[in-house]
Design a protein around this ligand. Structure first.
Ligand code: PLP
Length: 391
């Protein structure tokens, strides 16, 4: 007899993004050229100075366990970065270095969510959110962004979803997949709700540096009275093109750290030591690489806004941040999944179904513009041809 799967795993799926990427890989293996716009990771190499720092750490024998919270040099640098850039003062003891942003989210939920506690998820959201909440024993409860209103967050909708079991609210800004950025008045209202209802806030800020056109990223923990109830989650993954290094961090009030560290220490001991020395170079070294990457994303985004203006009946949500195009495909009279199949079969372009990110992504597809301009130009042209060939 096979071992029985644990009940906490039963409702959990493999990410729909992996499924789309697999579809693209299968076609590529059959010799078909596919433009894969399904993956959410920068298409740049990790900057050289960061890689060199990793090599130096290896050569210097930094190969052993490190402090559970992370190496002090990195926590000091991150405390300075957060205090300087994110508008709330933190000490090195209020930083914990994690295995990507994903571990920071999981640790926060495991540390503070009891079985049956409800966690509000602002959706569409990163596909893993409901699964992580479930794995940590919580009950995911969606709060839908207003699709007809540019995917803005209506605080009234948050209030409506609060019950006596609501423990926390989690959101991403800039958002994956919609690319929208929560403005200050909305954050302020969310802060007031959280304080009035004694909610913890998980602010996922992994796309903080990737904002366009004067849109501004604001950290929830910077708002009055919010630092003590907010866990700010961030990573090196997107900002420095380090997805494979698996390094993230969280910033939280010192009063929360004893709970967080007990989970983190028992789960992973500490994050990878070599990656931490590389990350130290990332935060303390020149930031030109970030500026250049954002400039490149800006160019692609501007091209796409123009291209989609001419790609009826598709409608692109204006990307205010991150590197995703969230496209309304209802004009094609297709569901999200039908559109995914249509574009892979007829245009050889791999995208992800919008409803994988939550119910209000229904009728949308997401593509990533973390791909070369040449690929994006070709993808748009092939999508145009496929749509025109439908007649
Ligand atoms: N949070 C969001 C909103 C993401 O989009 C992603 C990855 O796509 C992550 C977290 C995971 O980040 P990491 O690779 O650092 O674990």
């Amino acid at each position: 007899m096979r071992p029985q799967e644990a009940s906490r795993v039963k409702e959990i799926q493999l990410s729909a993004i992996r499924v789309a990427a697999q579809l693209a890989e299968d076609l590529a293996k059959q010799g078909q050229k596919v433009i894969d716009l399904s993956r959410g990771q920068p298409d740049f190499d990790t900057p050289l100075n960061i890689k060199e720092a990793a090599k130096r750490a290896l050569d210097a024998g930094k190969v052993h366990y490190v402090n559970n919270f992370g190496i002090i040099e990195l926590r000091q640098a991150l405390a300075r970065k957060v205090s300087r850039e994110n508008g709330f003062a933190v000490k090195p003891e209020e930083i914990m270095v994690t295995v990507g942003a994903v571990e920071a989210l999981a640790v926060a939920l495991m540390a503070f969510v009891d079985p049956g506690d409800e966690v509000l998820i602002v959706e569409p959201s990163w596909v893993n959110y409901p699964s992580i909440v479930r794995l940590c024993g919580g009950v995911p409860v969606y709060v839908s962004l207003a699709a007809n209103d540019g995917f803005s967050l209506l605080p009234e909708r948050v209030r409506q979803k609060i019950s006596s079991r609501t423990k926390a609210v989690m959101y991403t800004s800039p958002n994956n997949p919609t690319g929208t950025v929560l403005p200050l008045p909305v954050l302020k209202e969310l802060a007031e709700i959280s304080k009035a209802q004694n909610l913890m806030v998980l602010a996922d800020e992994v796309y903080e540096k990737i904002v366009y056109d004067g849109f501004q990223h604001i950290s929830m923990a910077a708002l009055p009275g919010m630092k003590e109830r907010t866990i700010t989650v961030n990573a090196f993954s997107k900002t420095y093109s380090m997805t494979g290094w698996r390094l993230g961090y969280l910033a939280a009030d010192q009063s929360l750290m004893p709970s967080l560290i007990r989970v983190h220490q028992n789960l992973v001991t500490s994050a990878n030591s070599i990656a931490q020395w590389a990350a130290l170079e990332a935060v303390t070294g020149p930031q030109q690489c970030v500026t250049e990457m954002v400039a490149e994303f800006t160019q692609r985004r501007n091209f796409l806004i123009q291209a989609f203006a001419d790609l009826s009946p598709l409608r692109l949500t204006l990307p205010e941040g991150a590197f995703y195009g969230f496209v309304d495909v209802r004009g094609l009279n297709m569901t999200s999944m039908e559109a995914v199949e249509f574009f892979i079969k007829k245009a050889r372009v791999a995208v992800v179904a919008g409803d994988a990110f939550g119910p209000s992504g229904s009728g949308y597809i997401r593509f990533s513009f973390a791909s070369s301009m040449a690929n994006l130009e070709e993808a748009v042209e092939k999508m145009r041809q496929a749509i025109n060939a439908r007649g």
